[in-house]
Design a protein around this ligand. Sequence first.
Ligand code: NAD
Length: 391
Amino acid sequence: MRVWIIGSYGIVSTTAMVGAKNIEKGYDDFTGLVSELPHFDSGKNFTKKFEFGGHEIRMKENAYDAALEHWELNRHFDRYFLENVKEELEKIVAKPGTAINCGSGLAELGKIKTLEDEGLTLREIADRIASDMKEFADDSTVVINIASTEPIPNYSNDVHGSLDGFERAIDEDKREYISASMLYAYSALKLGLPYANFTPSAGSNIPALKELALKNRVPHAGNDGKTGETLVKTTLAPMFAYRNLKILGWMGYNILGDFDGKVLSHRDNKESKVMSKDKVLEKIVGESPYSITEIEYFPSLVDNKMAFDFIHFRGFLGTPMKFYFIWDAIDAIVASPLILDIARFLLFAKEKGEYGVVKELGFFFKSPMDTDVVNTHEQFQILVDWYNRLK
Ligand code: NAD
């Protein structure tokens, strides 16, 4: 299959490429890949061949060059895996993308190159993005957004509320309302390419683009990969609910380094991430306990993200008790296999005639679109049942 990645030179993207290309060459330890579980016939209905292309705004030479930069900083897997696929990664060269309304955090990425630098209008940018995707795409192609997190967009019902309004805003070059992730999602859905959003950015999560997906009968899914603290939170919170224990307060304090951490250290970019992490408790326990969710930049950790969580809860006879956990993981290692899973399940959805928001893929996301089910156990069962129904 072919995967077009927005943000192709990021650490999650390049780690997914390294993993995929090693698997293609026969590496057969599938730890971390959900689609290889026995529940999904141990991956027998899914391809092990992945070709990659994509858009970027940091113009490295190629995906090997980008992966090496991340590796030098993180040493997040055995160097053998990178060198084993050097030739394949050198062939992956991203096209320049757009950074419209991507927030002040982008200044942290260093020198960037964008289509708007060439003086293009919104319509011309959308057309260029679509023509890049079209040149790469075949029937087995999906598009996944793994670019840096954008701020919460400036929402207008006139623009985002309908496809007509959205297309009019593009034609009239109304830049204040359109963000890069919307333009990428628009181009993908217009071409009939399944689209997933691994970030909290808007992407296809606006009525206009949901309308487009239905009109063109394209599946899409998102938002924001559920990989760390929120994965633990939405797995643990049901335990309190099932035992009728009352959560009095939940504090989650996250620290991380790397580009992702740098970009998220900017208030405008951070806002959408905090919102995405914060909403889940209410959906599981039916009320919103006192909650603190913080994300702070901690340079020396690089991609080693840590979360410190403290849960204050009340039991029988009103007695307060405490639960603490520490999550200490390499972000790209927990996230990258999910990119391959999402690509596989999205293509599966398309092949089975599914279109519109694929709610059943909610298992992979912190803020699943169009559903309130965020309990990991329920989400997993929904995914398994969906797969079994369609296969
Ligand atoms: P990263 O900074 O290493 O990668 C992001 C890449 O996107 C960079 O190469 C950057 O140059 C590129 N980029 C930024 N804006 C772009 C644009 N408008 N168009 C094209 N390319 C653009 O970050 P990462 O750690 O790989 O994370 C990527 C995204 O995935 C972030 O939004 C992050 O919040 C999200 N995410 C990550 C995890 C995880 O790592 N566990 C979990 C959930 C969501």
